[in-house]
Design a protein around this ligand. Structure first.
Ligand code: G3I
Length: 314
């Protein structure tokens, strides 16, 4: 067998996948590799299903960009991950700056989540990044208006729209033991106690070379012990540029370590990288001077990191 998705399936996982984004789809050499469902059995849209893209005005839904990616995945026989329904970032101003009563914002969330999850019937990051790094709730229009209730409101609307969708909460810096992972564990327990639908927790895994947390597998196991599934949803491992042979060798080990943690945990269903090539990584624009975070380089050549992933999947 060859190809990351083929190997992941053979090892009992549901998928190995990648994020992509609409602007990249004009690059035919890029699309040719994205279309290879032996490498990628699952696709997550990097931007085009976010709130600013899908409901720019209240009640006006635009699915054109998201549909391009959903249709690409369908044509290729790839699973889709909806990303995302409720997030503090990339909100249209009518949401971000809106003055809502609790009842009104409840209606806004129900309409948004219900419409999205009804339109794209697949796994969904229903809630994205609800916590600060210290485990407190992020101060945004949702929390400030509704308290923690925005979470069950969104999850219940998603479940009503599609009883079969896997409904996730997705976050970063929950991969290691600490206040943020504990806050997420407690949220899952509370939702379960309250009878709110929650199927999975997504671990974004935006890591730094040489700094993959040693307690990642243990953390995954704490969540699967609650009866939810887990997934690696946005994996990349960045370095300070320029890349060197030593950094690329460490990155190979780091990719292997992360993928191995998922392999070792039955309830870890799949792995998604946050784009497969350095050419389209989000990292350099957000962290100037850093990059080279993906398993393929800017010229679409496999890096040592690719071998690290294969070593864990094989
Ligand atoms: O759409 C505008 C365009 O009109 C404008 O000309 C251009 C000029 O800068 O900006 C475009 O918006 C950019 C958008 O991506 C679409 O390309 C934003 O500036 C840019 O900030 C935005 O970045 C995205 C980022 O989320 C925003 O937070 C990245 O592409 C996307 O990969 C990244 O993904 C997030 C996940 O959703 C959640 N987890 C973290 C992850 C990495 O930050």
């Amino acid at each position: 067998a060859s190809g990351l998705h083929t190997l992941a399936k053979a090892a009992g996982k549901l998928y190995f996948g990648t994020a992509t984004d609409n602007p990249e789809l004009t690059d035919t050499a890029y699309v040719a590799k994205l279309d290879d469902n032996k490498e990628f059995g699952q696709i997550t849209p990097g931007n085009s299903m976010k709130w600013d893209a899908t409901e720019p005005e209240r009640g006006t839904f635009t699915f054109s960009a998201g549909d391009v990616i959903a249709n690409l995945a369908k044509t290729n026989g790839q699973l889709l991950r909806g990303h995302n329904c409720v997030w503090y970032n990339q909100l249209p101003s009518w949401v971000a700056n809106g003055q809502f009563t609790a009842a009104d914002l409840t209606d806004v969330i129900q309409t948004h989540c219900g419409t999205l999850v009804g339109h794209y019937k697949d796994s969904w990051d229903v809630i994205n990044e609800p916590f600060n790094d210290d485990g407190t709730w992020r101060s945004d229009v949702f929390y400030n208006t509704l308290g923690t209730q925005f979470v069950p409101i969104a999850l219940q609307a998603a479940r009503a729209a599609d009883p079969n969708a896997k409904l996730y909460i997705n976050d970063y810096n929950i991969e290691q033991q600490g206040a943020k992972a504990t806050a997420m564990l407690n949220l899952v327990k509370q939702l379960q106690a309250d009878g709110v639908p929650i199927d999975g927790v997504g671990f974004q895994c935006h890591f730094i070379v040489g700094e993959v947390p040693g307690t990642f597998q243990e953390t995954l196991e704490q969540f699967t012990a609650l009866g939810v599934e887990v997934a690696i949803t946005e994996l990349d491992i960045r370095m300070t540029l320029p890349s060197t042979d030593a950094l690329l060798a460490q990155q190979e080990k780091d990719y292997q370590t992360v993928v191995q943690a998922c392999m070792n945990v039955d309830g870890c269903v799949g792995i998604t990288i946050w784009d497969w090539t350095d050419k389209y990584s989000w990292v350099p624009s957000t962290f100037p001077g850093q990059g080279a975070a993906c398993p393929w380089d800017e010229n679409f050549n496999k890096k040592p990191a690719y071998s690290g992933i294969v070593a864990a999947l094989a």
